[in-house]
Design a protein around this ligand. Structure first.
Ligand SMILES: [Cu+2]
Length: 344
């Protein structure tokens, strides 16, 4: 029943439905061959980068790009203790609102990328293949690993592989770390990896919300590029949970009354914190660190730092419609808002 209430639209479906051709208009200075062999150490080189926007899609592609609601349900954790992941970088146009198509840089064709769900102590064997037009990389915040090797950038057509074992449970960000990170992270290259503790948390309706900001330039052929100068200015045009501003107001998330609801909130930023709050409720539990440790109770609002993730639990005392918001309301008003309907 719950599954039926939440629109089924996994990232892989989106990838199939969106045009893969992104054209060849990558901005000057972001071609293969630029100095970005290491994903973090060369971040300081952003001064040398042009204040440019993302590559637009092919001419006329915008009208053929359909809107898809992003499924916020956490997929089940595998019974296998080794998780093999193979992501492909795709630079694709994405419709994020009825009137807005953006030139996104993505993992597997959607923004955010696929939700990954593993267990503490599992082994993650990861491969990234660069199907884009410029170098890209992958940085898992759930990993403790030599970043210079694992998180290195790869040029188009090549792959990088590494493995890691999540040491702590929690809700973690992953993102492209290629310089300038602000541009890559800010153009759609992010997602969530949820790591369960060895002893599972109480049964709940598990939801994943990844917040991000949009800094957009003037549309070209109906497709808005991401604007690096605006990113540096840190005044976003839009915010979203799971890549589409206010998508869960248009199509709310339904849960049965009496169920524990667990929000795994990851903040991709790239710059602003998320003051997570549910109107008409309080969080029974917020885990400040690796759950189930560091739990606090009776919380109205709690901040999720950019680059961070927090787990929030609530059981609605009454059926009704509960808005979940970034209570930094200038940001909530720009799209970091959604509706949770607790059915009676
Ligand atoms: Cu990238």
């Amino acid at each position: 029943m719950l599954a039926a209430a939440v629109a089924a639209c996994g990232p892989s479906e989106v990838a199939r439905r969106t045009p893969a051709d992104t054209g060849s208009a990558a901005p000057p200075g972001q071609r293969p061959g630029i100095r970005n062999a290491d994903s973090r150490a060369d971040t300081s080189l952003h001064h040398a980068m042009p204040a440019s926007s993302a590559a637009p899609g092919t001419a006329g592609a915008a009208s053929s790009v359909a809107f898809h609601r992003f499924d916020p349900m956490l997929p089940p954790v595998s019974a296998e203790r080794v998780t093999r992941l193979h992501f492909t970088v795709k630079e694709v146009p994405l419709r994020v609102r009825e009137d807005t198509v953006v030139a996104a840089w993505t993992f597997d064709g959607d923004m955010p990328g696929p939700i990954v769900h593993v267990r503490q102590g599992d082994t993650v064997e990861f491969t990234l293949t660069n199907g884009g037009s410029i170098p890209h990389s992958m940085d898992f915040h759930a990993a403790q690993i030599d970043p210079k090797t694992a998180f290195r950038s790869v040029v188009p057509g090549q792959s990088v592989s590494f493995r890691f074992t999540p040491k702590y449970p929690g809700a973690f960000l992953y993102h492209c770390g290629t310089a300038p990170v602000l541009m890559h992270l800010g153009s759609g290259m992010f997602g969530a990896i949820i790591v369960d503790p060895l002893r599972p948390l109480p049964r709940a309706v598990d939801l994943v919300l990844v917040e991000n900001e949009f800094y957009l330039g003037a549309p070209q052929n109906g497709i808005a590029p991401f604007d690096y100068t605006k990113m540096l200015g840190t005044l976003p045009d839009l915010f979203a949970f799971n890549g589409r501003p206010a998508q869960y107001q248009a199509a709310p998330i339904h849960v049965p009354h009496g169920e524990l609801v667990r929000f795994h909130v990851v903040n991709a930023g790239p710059t602003h914190p998320c003051a997570f709050h549910v109107v008409g409720e309080q969080f029974d539990t917020v885990y400040l660190g690796a759950p189930p440790a560091s739990a606090i109770h009776g919380v109205q609002t709690f901040g999720v730092a950019p680059g961070g993730g927090m787990i929030f639990e609530m059981r609605a005392d009454t059926p009704g419609e509960f808005l979940f918001v970034n209570h930094a309301f200038g940001h909530g008003q720009k799209g970091a808002i959604g509706s949770l309907i607790v059915d009676g």
